[in-house]
Design a protein around this ligand. Structure first.
Ligand SMILES: NC(=O)c1ccc[n+]([C@@H]2O[C@H](COP(=O)([O-])OP(=O)(O)OC[C@H]3O[C@@H](n4cnc5c(N)ncnc54)[C@H](OP(=O)(O)O)[C@@H]3O)[C@@H](O)[C@H]2O)c1
Length: 354
């Protein structure tokens, strides 16, 4: 593709994108073409090399993701690509560079028009699908472990729910790299992989789950990372050792409920606040929100994304961390990617390619 050096594009160029038109089954996604947009001041046009399916899209198609845009919109939480055009005020040196960005929506497109400040340069030495597998998932895992639960250290024990997910598999590996003992919950079919990684797998559907965790850590866990929500938050908080930290990071068990998601979220914050004040006995609960701080301290937010992605990529480069790419599926078959993501059979990231 020729490089554009300014806001103009060769005439007649189009992009292809996948639209989520409303609450539909995966086969209700629409593939459409439209003219390539021209970057305005401060913007860059990125040609997608890899994007992916995350749990967020499976929630958005049910209209169950807090703060999602009104339908119709183009989903796609993050992407890796090459800068093809930049608008006024943007460093021309970005042209032709491989970048990564977490966009929340808009990634399922051959091209994305983005705020240039949100672009994180990444080297060409790792394949785009690998970077994609480590992008949202890697930053999330790194920030939860090192920013939300920074006191976790070698020899301690943590509990990770959602361990078979894209986020979970990275979190488990990062903790094991620090010589932390990991109790990892997932559906039974994922246990072999978790055991191979070095974690202790448990089935979160098991009625005696809490007893099993208690048997493994009579003194309590030093941190619990919980994406299940609901009653699980209470159980995880109850299993913390003195000084332990509960990091809530999702409400997966409630994805198919019909309550108001925003109210649920504020309910969690109120509950955690109450536990921190009234029940803490040295334990704390916090909710991890990837977007926390973006509005109040945007510069620091962006700096942290790069700062936290880089060590994850570095671990992958040295082979210490395995990026799990569950499948590579072309953009035009995004419906198939969504079906696969919801099958609960995969391990790691389902990557969408152009
Ligand atoms: N707070 C944040 O800012 C933030 C950011 C990123 C991700 N997250 C959360 O991180 C988690 C993993 O995200 P991901 O994109 O990496 O996921 P993913 O790769 O799509 O994996 C889905 C995971 O969800 C589990 N799951 C699927 N349906 C479920 C249900 N109905 N009830 C309970 N568990 C279910 C699966 O477990 P099994 O197959 O083992 O049953 C699997 O672990 C999600 O809960 C997501 O909301 C939070």
């Amino acid at each position: 593709m020729p490089r554009a050096t300014g806001p103009q594009h060769p005439l007649g160029r189009t992009l292809t994108e996948v639209v989520l038109p409303g609450v539909v089954e995966p086969d209700g996604l629409i593939v459409r073409e439209r003219p390539l947009p021209t970057p305005g001041r401060g913007q860059a046009l990125v040609e997608m090399q890899a994007t992916g399916v995350s749990f967020a899209e499976t929630s958005m198609r049910r209209n169950r993701y807090p703060g999602q845009p009104k339908f119709p919109f183009v989903p796609g939480y993050d992407l890796v690509g090459v800068v093809r055009a930049v608008g006024a005020g943007v460093d021309q040196a970005l042209l032709g560079r491989r970048v990564a960005a977490v966009t929340k929506t808009g990634g399922w497109s051959t091209h994305a028009l983005l705020d240039a400040r949100d672009l994180m340069p990444v080297g060409d030495d790792i394949d785009a699908a690998t970077v994609e597998a480590l992008l949202l998932n890697g930053i999330t895992a790194w920030q939860m472990l090192h920013r939300k639960a920074p006191r976790v250290r070698s020899g301690q024990t943590i509990l990770v729910h959602g361990a078979s997910s894209g986020v979970g598999l990275i979190l488990v590996q990062l903790a094991l790299l620090d010589d932390v003992r990991v109790i990892a919950t997932a559906s039974q079919r994922h246990h072999e992989l978790l055991r191979e990684l070095g974690a202790i797998p448990l089935d979160y559907h098991a009625p005696d789950l809490i007893d099993r965790v208690r048997q493994l850590t009579p003194q309590g866990v030093d941190a619990a990372f919980d994406n299940l929500g609901g009653a699980s938050f209470k159980h995880s908080f109850g299993r913390l050792a003195p000084g332990g930290m509960l990091v809530g990071y999702g409400t997966a068990s409630q994805r198919d409920d019909t309550d108001n998601q925003i109210l649920t979220f504020f309910g969690i914050l109120a509950q955690f606040g109450f536990w921190n004040v009234a029940l803490n006995r040295g334990r704390r609960a916090t909710f991890y929100n990837f977007w926390g701080g973006k509005i109040i301290r945007p510069k620091r937010f962006r700096e942290r994304l790069s700062a936290d992605l880089n060590p994850v990529l570095a671990h992958a480069r040295t082979g210490k961390l395995t990026p799990y790419v569950a499948a590579r599926i072309p953009l035009a078959q995004a419906s198939r990617a969504l079906v696969l993501a919801e099958s609960r059979t995969t391990q790691g990231k389902i990557v969408i390619t152009p």
